[in-house]
Design a protein around this ligand. Structure first.
Ligand code: ADP
Length: 268
């Protein structure tokens, strides 16, 4: 089934091409105060989706790229010394709760363990955020929403999201879009002629079939957009594919060869 065509967007709303019923799910989750988990590989449109929905719902968005050093204080806030005085400064999660904004924790599993402790009371019917350091207990207003993303493709078992955390979120899986939809996205984002986008998307299909065997993860929509942008900017096809597909995907000479073979299958 072809995804619905996007209607022209009011100014300031980032373009997002829906692939299924994800916009309705997001709107319902927001209206009902439920947290949402987006599962899927890198570069498949999760962040763009959240940016689009936050703008559509007219809510400010706080995005936090989680990493293995990110602690609860990074999200909640901390006392800082300013002009000889200590002053409490809210972190992005606290600010989002106070303002009734949307907080997006990208790659939430990467964060340190103490982060989940903070999230639990916020993701059940209490919807509270405890600031132990200031003694505050914030009640999240109805328009506040927590969104997190998670890449289940990571092989590292230690990086799986614990059931006690994941069962607190509504969840939706993102895969790569259908070829026709992906071609529309790549053409729109890169400005490359659709006739030249089509073989790129076909190539992506072949490369993704290798994922899990020779490749850890298939080529992302993001990389296809990079490739198409380079081509639209006048770079020869071969160099664009080298810089935006082959090099980002692998360091292994055999896999490089396998990718080159696929390129010749598609481009002859
Ligand atoms: P993720 O957060 O899943 O890693 P992003 O949202 O950053 O991926 O997507 C990478 C790029 O791909 C975006 O900047 C956007 O240009 C494009 N993209 C992917 N999917 C879509 C989509 N459905 N609609 C519009 N753009 C998309």
């Amino acid at each position: 089934m072809t995804a619905p065509l996007h209607h022209p967007l009011p100014e300031g709303i980032p373009f997002y091409q829906p692939v299924a019923a994800e916009c309705t799910l997001f709107e319902t989750a927001h209206a009902k105060g439920l947290p949402l988990l987006l599962k899927g590989p890198t570069g498949c449109g999760k962040t763009r989706f959240v940016e689009h929905m936050a703008a559509r719902l007219g809510r400010p968005l706080y995005t936090v790229a989680c990493h293995d050093d990110l602690s609860a204080s990074d999200l909640l806030g901390r006392y800082l010394l300013r002009g000889g005085q200590t002053e409490w400064v809210d972190g992005p999660l606290t600010r989002a709760v106070r303002e009734g904004a949307i907080c997006y924790l990208d790659e939430v599993v990467e964060a340190r363990r103490d982060v989940t402790v903070v999230l639990h009371p916020l993701t059940d019917n209490r919807r509270t955020l405890m600031l132990d350091r200031t003694g505050e207990e914030l009640q999240a207003p109805p328009r506040f929403m927590l969104v997190a993303s998670y890449n289940p493709g990571y092989q590292n078992i230690l990086k799986r999201l614990k059931p006690s955390t994941r069962q607190r979120f509504l969840s939706i899986s993102f895969g790569f879009p259908e070829p026709e939809t992906e071609a529309r996205i790549v053409a729109r984002e890169s400005g490359l002629d659709p006739a030249r986008v089509a073989p790129l998307v076909r190539l992506a299909g072949h490369i993704r079939a290798l994922a899990g065997m020779d490749l850890e993860e298939g080529v992302s929509t993001r990389l296809l957009i990079y490739t198409a942008t380079l081509i639209a900017g006048g770079m020869p096809l071969e160099r664009a594919l080298q810089a935006a597909v082959i090099e980002p995907l692998t360091d292994e000479p055999e896999v490089v060869q396998a990718l080159r073979d696929l390129i010749s299958v598609v481009y002859g």
